[in-house]
Design a protein around this ligand. Structure first.
Ligand SMILES: Nc1ncnc2c1ncn2[C@@H]1O[C@H](COP(=O)(O)OP(=O)(O)OP(=O)(O)O)[C@@H](O)[C@H]1O
Ligand SMILES: [Mg+2]
Length: 243
């Protein structure tokens, strides 16, 4: 059975059809890349899956169970965590405290037998932020803020992680570090990942399969190699074909 199924999802914002009959499936332990130009509907799709937006039509299923229209906290506790393209830490709290809040909010079955602080530190270790645990989140550099966003999502104990442009604005070296972090946490936690990324190299390196959205519709699905050669994608996404 597919872990996550998106079936004929549509989302209208007034006259804008941000998603138009989008259907896709994600297998357990798969990493699915989601690409598309600005405004294609990628973030909207994440918001619909995670419960931050109600779809205009269509169905979302998790392990065969319909979860369409569930509130974000309920979707989170069922095991779907997302990051936000515009990161949203509690800026007046330390990095560690931000992760502790996410542990308490989430699905990870926290019990007071294990120290909340220790659990948070383990997660910070996984994303390379252990040295900044007591720093205020508002003081972090962009790359550290992106790592914290991943840590906060991880802290909720997800089975499925939706990553929305966690590499945007990073230097090539920071991108490489983030790729390594994502590969490591995926293996350690047997995560299923859907990743939105404009950094094509990173998307291709991480994804087994890629789906391309264009004006709210899926125009191609395939391996990274197939997508790179797909003429519709080259025209829609890169704005040019080879001819
Ligand atoms: N809350 C909203 N209200 C009105 N329109 C919206 C809203 N959110 C998104 N849109 C519109 O829906 C379309 C899809 O936007 P979305 O943010 O999902 O694109 P995206 O693929 O994530 O783009 P980007 O690569 O720039 O992040 C755009 O036309 C956008 O202007
Ligand atoms: Mg977006």
């Amino acid at each position: 059975m597919n872990l996550l199924e998106v079936e004929n999802i549509g989302k209208n914002f007034g006259g804008v059809r941000a998603l138009d009959e989008v259907s896709l499936m994600v297998d357990k332990a798969e990493t699915l890349g989601l690409m598309g130009a600005n405004g294609a509907g990628k973030t909207t799709l994440f918001s619909v899956i995670a419960g931050h937006l109600k779809p205009s039509n269509g169905i979302i299923r998790l392990k065969g169970k319909t979860i369409t229209g569930y509130r974000p906290d309920k979707v989170c506790r069922l095991g779907i965590a997302r990051t936000f393209q515009i990161v949203r830490p509690f800026i007046g709290m330390s990095v560690r405290e931000n992760v502790e809040v996410a542990i308490l909010f989430g699905n990870s079955g926290y019990d007071s037998a294990s120290s909340l602080g220790d659990r948070a530190m383990d997660i910070l270790d996984d994303v390379g932020l252990q040295g900044l645990s007591e720093t205020f989140a508002g003081k972090l550099t962009l790359s550290a803020r992106k790592c914290l966003e991943v840590a906060r999502a991880l802290a909720t104990g997800p089975e499925i992680l939706l990553l929305d442009e966690v590499m945007a604005g990073l230097t090539p070296r920071e991108v490489d570090d983030m790729i390594e972090i994502i590969q490591r946490i995926k293996l350690q936690r047997r995560l299923t990942i859907v990743i939105v990324e404009h950094v094509v190299k990173a998307l291709n390196q991480l994804s087994e399969r890629v789906v391309v959205l264009h004006h709210g519709k899926i125009i191609a699905t395939g391996s990274p190699q197939e997508i790179a050669q797909n003429i519709d994608v080259r025209e829609a996404y890169f704005g040019a074909s080879d001819t």
